[in-house]
Design a protein around this ligand. Sequence first.
Ligand code: NAD
Ligand code: UDP
Length: 319
Amino acid sequence: MKRILVTGGAGFIGSHLCERLLKEGNEVICLDNYFTGSKDNILHLMDNPYFELVRHDITHPYFAEVDEIYNMACPASPVHYQYNPIKTIKTSVMGAINMLGLAKRVKAKILQASTSEVYGDPNVHPQPESYWGNVNPIGLRSCYDEGKRCAETLFMDYHNSNKVNIRIIRIFNTYGPHMNPDDGRVVSNFIVQALQGKEITIYGDGLQTRSFQYVDDLVEGTVRMMNAPDDFIGPVNIGNPHEFTMLELAETIIDLTGSSSKLVHMPLPKDDPKQRQPDISLAKARLGGWEPKVQLREGLTKTIGYFEGILQKTVVNTH
Ligand code: NAD
Ligand code: UDP
């Protein structure tokens, strides 16, 4: 049995990861400051004696004897990470320093949840790990993009200078149950709007693309990366290469929900990447043939079911 720390464990992805690690027979410490996460996401784990919940902010040091650390803490939705940009970059940079310091001290293996945003608005398509990106250092998205880029640098430097055993994954747009219904990301926005019969908010012309990965596929890739041989530290892309325009996504969600919602166009946020698609050949080659298994319609159907349950209990504002 390993003792594993999951920062951001009460968030969307973190909560699925905690569940998976507990199922595998590990002891899990879930650390979160509840900025975007919620106890509701982990309520079903509370009865497990091997699950421990800690209210803590990773911009402050934390100490626990653990074998592995999954560093997931950071708001991921543009609306939330732009709410307090200084706090966002502190979470990525100071959080990485604190967690790497802990990993060094207790000799834990540590995995960083990095992002496709390190590629910015990419002019190489699809994006391989060798691409250095096209990122605005002083724009609206910089607090997130540059914070994550700096965290990657810190991980590599702790590895090279202090022999910390690291892993870096670059996560592409992921969706599924436990997404915060009002966090402003496109999948949750469109589903909530469709279920409520409200207008579906397409930013810009809707021809920008994203490649959407169901959360179970991400969790599988993440755990495989943590367990990969020590000579493979990444960064590695974890995403679904099937690429869709936002118009296609809206039409699919309208079809699956049977909604009568109409599309409405709103201004495109500044620096919004035009296209995004992961090159996953490295993950396939080094993570035992890992590749996403869940198709968009199947994943959306599960996610819609989750939001139907949530909406019976909550009032949600998507814009
Ligand atoms: P989320 O907002 O649902 O979860 C983030 C969690 O971190 C929340 O529970 C939040 O309360 C917690 N948190 C934030 N700041 C904290 C701090 N200073 N101290 C302690 N806890 C803090 O987002 P998510 O989608 O689950 O993303 C998880 C990780 O994956 C993030 O690091 C994100 O950058 C990365 N990621 C996600 C996606 C995606 O599409 N979901 C894509 C790329 C990268
Ligand atoms: N988007 C949209 N309507 C919404 C929310 C988002 O058209 O209600 C667009 C957004 O402009 C972007 C894409 O959907 O082009 C993905 O946005 P999201 O915030 O989910 O993730 P990110 O931009 O970080 O990939």
